[in-house]
Design a protein around this ligand. Structure first.
Ligand code: ATP
Length: 263
């Protein structure tokens, strides 16, 4: 996946007539590469444009300018997206599992939904697949007939992971996937994600303002500031030899960098 000079500008409206009086440059010329099976961390403080990039990749938001290249094709055109099954290959895990899982659906239907959208499986094959997915995220079979409110935040996040991997995706955008969880379960959920990534060779775009989590998860890191990437590099280069003043500032404000200690 390649982002070329990606721009997302939102209009600012104000006054009685609701006229456009300016633009927010949420993303302002971003280039980024995500290779097969790797984890790229996208860090930066609130409002720097991280979530907007994630939304563009999964198609929840429209870009103002730029290109999104996947398997050599420009997927900003809907026709191309459908042809190469882009929406099956690229999935998202959200921060807030309570609002991203439909409260009126059973866990079975929640996990089955993406499979039904992209594959036509017989009921028996579908159930087998869903049981496998539950097993991968370490939840018992009874889970299937239950509803989202019956689970803890950490369990719900694992359900969200099962749903995201149900279509055998090639890339998952994980937007602050553990920041709503207690510190004690963060490491557990992150380790599940790592294990699944290794087994299924999935690439991750890992969005977080928490540098401890990012250090635990990523291979390469891009640092965002006001809609731009100010520094890019390997995890070790960014943590050991940060160059940009903003990266240095971000690093000096980490509470507890060691994820295993959070357990
Ligand atoms: N739909 C929208 N309309 C107008 N402005 C928006 C919209 N969505 C985001 N923005 C603005 O774009 C900028 C980038 O927002 P974005 O959510 O991508 O940042 P972020 O780095 O993900 O922050 P956070 O960590 O708080 O989610 C912010 O200034 C935000 O207010």
């Amino acid at each position: 996946m390649k982002l070329n000079n990606l721009k997302v500008h939102y209009p600012i409206r104000s006054g009685f007539l609701n006229r456009i009086t300016g633009q927010v440059y949420a993303v302002d010329g971003v280039d980024l590469n995500i290779s097969e099976g790797e984890t790229v961390g996208l860090v930066g403080e609130s409002g720097s444009g991280k979530t907007t990039i994630g939304k563009i990749i999964v198609g929840l938001e429209q870009m103002t300018a730029g290109q999104l290249i996947y398997q050599g094709q420009d997927i900003s055109k809907k026709r191309v997206r459908n042809k190469i099954q882009y929406n099956k290959d690229v999935q998202m895990i959200f921060q807030d599992s309570m609002s991203s899982l439909n409260p009126r659906k059973t866990i079975y239907d929640i996990i089955a939904e993406p499979i039904r959208n992209f594959e036509k499986l017989e009921p028996i094959a579908e159930k087998k697949r869903i049981l496998q997915l539950l097993d991968i995220v370490g939840l018992p079979q009874e889970t299937l007939t239950q509803y989202p409110h019956q689970f803890s935040g950490g369990q719900r996040q694992r359900i969200g992971i099962a749903r995201a991997v149900s279509t055998n995706p090639k890339l998952i955008v994980a937007d602050e996937p553990v920041s709503a969880l207690d510190l004690s379960v963060q490491a557990q959920v992150l380790n599940f994600m790592k294990q699944i990534q290794k087994e299924m060779n999935i690439a991750f775009l890992f969005i977080s303002h928490d540098l401890g989590v990012v250090r635990h998860m990523t291979d390469n890191i891009a640092v965002m500031h006001y809609g731009r990437i100010v520094e890019k590099g390997s995890r070790d280069a960014i943590f050991n030899h940060p160059e940009h003043i903003y990266t240095k500032r971000l690093l000096s404000s980490i509470p507890s960098i060691d994820i295993s200690k959070r357990e």
